[in-house]
Ligand binder design. Structure first.
Ligand code: ZN
Length: 372
């Protein structure tokens, strides 16, 4: 992560970041307010305060997704705010349609709750409660700006909720659509249809953005790429169906001894094709794993080459049987950030399985299918 990315809070164990590009948005809002014909200190102040309210609303929206996912036992790594919105990095998307539906709806639901709270505050202040696009344009032009700010924020939350509910997969509404389709169709087919519709929306966003708001162009690109990624993931998963880790087993396991040093690991990394190593104790029992990333990290943290591997390696090995489903292995690898899973039968190590070997297996599989 860039050093301009700011960690602003940690809520319920989930770190919340402002991505470095977010400062561009702040600059844009500040400058466009400052150079508008109504540029008074008051005007710029209320514009920036509206941005703060909006950011808090988006973070709460993402926390809605995160808490719903948590209820199904799915952790969230972090929430990052980009100029075009927030992204909650949920460890995985639930495969059960009902669960995906609930997690997708939890975000917009938070915005509707916020609107309720804002309306109650307005009513307590003796003001009527309604949405007002006019307030958005008037904000900062004098006269009781606090209530105008409340109207503006409620309206922004309404726009946020409705925009997110558009069936533009993988935005929230698109996830709802996929979940509904997946209740009737195979998961991969449901994803392909939802992704196609999502990319249609993405093109519309980009075209509309050219004539109105540049952030709509950003959102369009984001949706287009993300839809393609999710379709690819679903297709990959589908291709793994019916296979076990035995099919993608890497039998020649690169190993290191726990008595060796970081220097030995660096030499082996440079002199071989291996990207990660299984660390064995003197009896030949597996005690840890060491990946290229861990070696680099250890060096950048100031560890010397004479450091024993036991201080650098990851001691949490994940072990599976050769009959373990391949798609589950793939999910474990990406969810747990492990370089590989150790495949054992009884006490015997058969080999390891990593994402690269799984990808290779799938490519071979596909090439043979195309030939047939
Ligand atoms: Zn959302």
């Amino acid at each position: 992560m860039s050093r301009f990315t700011l960690h602003i809070a940690t809520i319920s164990g989930i770190p919340i970041y402002l991505h470095w590009s977010f400062w561009l948005l702040l600059l844009w809002v500040g400058l466009s307010a400052a150079f508008s014909p109504h540029a008074t200190i008051e005007f710029v102040f209320w514009r920036l305060l509206l941005l703060v309210g909006l950011v808090v609303s988006v973070i709460l929206h993402e926390l809605g997704h995160a808490f719903a996912a948590k209820a199904y036992g799915i952790p969230t790594r972090d929430i990052t705010m980009y100029p075009f919105g927030g992204v909650a990095s949920v460890a995985r998307i639930p495969e059960k349609p009902l669960q995906e539906l609930v997690v997708a709806l939890a975000g917009p639901l938070v915005n509707f709750l916020l609107i309720g709270v804002l309306f109650v505050i307005l009513l307590l202040m003796g003001e009527p409660a309604f949405f007002s696009l006019e307030a958005l344009f008037q904000l900062g032009h004098g006269f009781n700006s606090f209530s105008v700010w409340l109207y503006s924020l409620a309206t922004m939350n309404g726009i946020l909720a409705l925009f997110n509910l558009l069936p533009a997969f993988p935005m929230d509404g698109g996830r709802v659509l996929r979940a509904l389709l997946a209740a009737k169709l195979p998961y991969v087919r449901a994803t392909q249809i939802a992704a196609l519709i999502g990319q249609g929306f993405a093109v519309i966003f980009i075209l509309l953005g050219i004539y109105s708001n540049p952030f709509l162009i950003l959102i369009g690109f984001f949706v287009f790429v993300a839809a393609a990624q999710e379709r690819q993931q679903a297709e990959q998963r589908n291709a793994m169906q019916g296979f076990t880790v035995a099919h993608a087993l890497l039998r020649q396991v690169p190993t290191l001894s726990v008595n060796q040093t970081l220097d030995d690991a660096i030499r082996l990394l440079l002199n071989s094709q291996a990207r990660s190593f299984l660390v064995l104790d003197p009896l030949g029992e597996p005690v840890g794993s060491l990946s290229r990333e861990q070696i680099i990290e250890a060096l950048s943290e100031g560890k010397t080459r004479t450091t024993a591997l036991s201080h650098v390696m990851d001691t949490q090995l994940l072990t599976v049987s050769p009959l373990f489903p391949l798609h589950e292995a793939f999910r474990l690898l990406s969810e747990q950030h492990k370089p590989f899973l150790v495949v054992t039968e009884g006490r015997r190590i058969l080999g390891i399985v990593d994402t690269e070997n799984i990808a290779e297996f799938l490519l071979i599989q596909r090439a043979e299918q195309l030939r047939a």
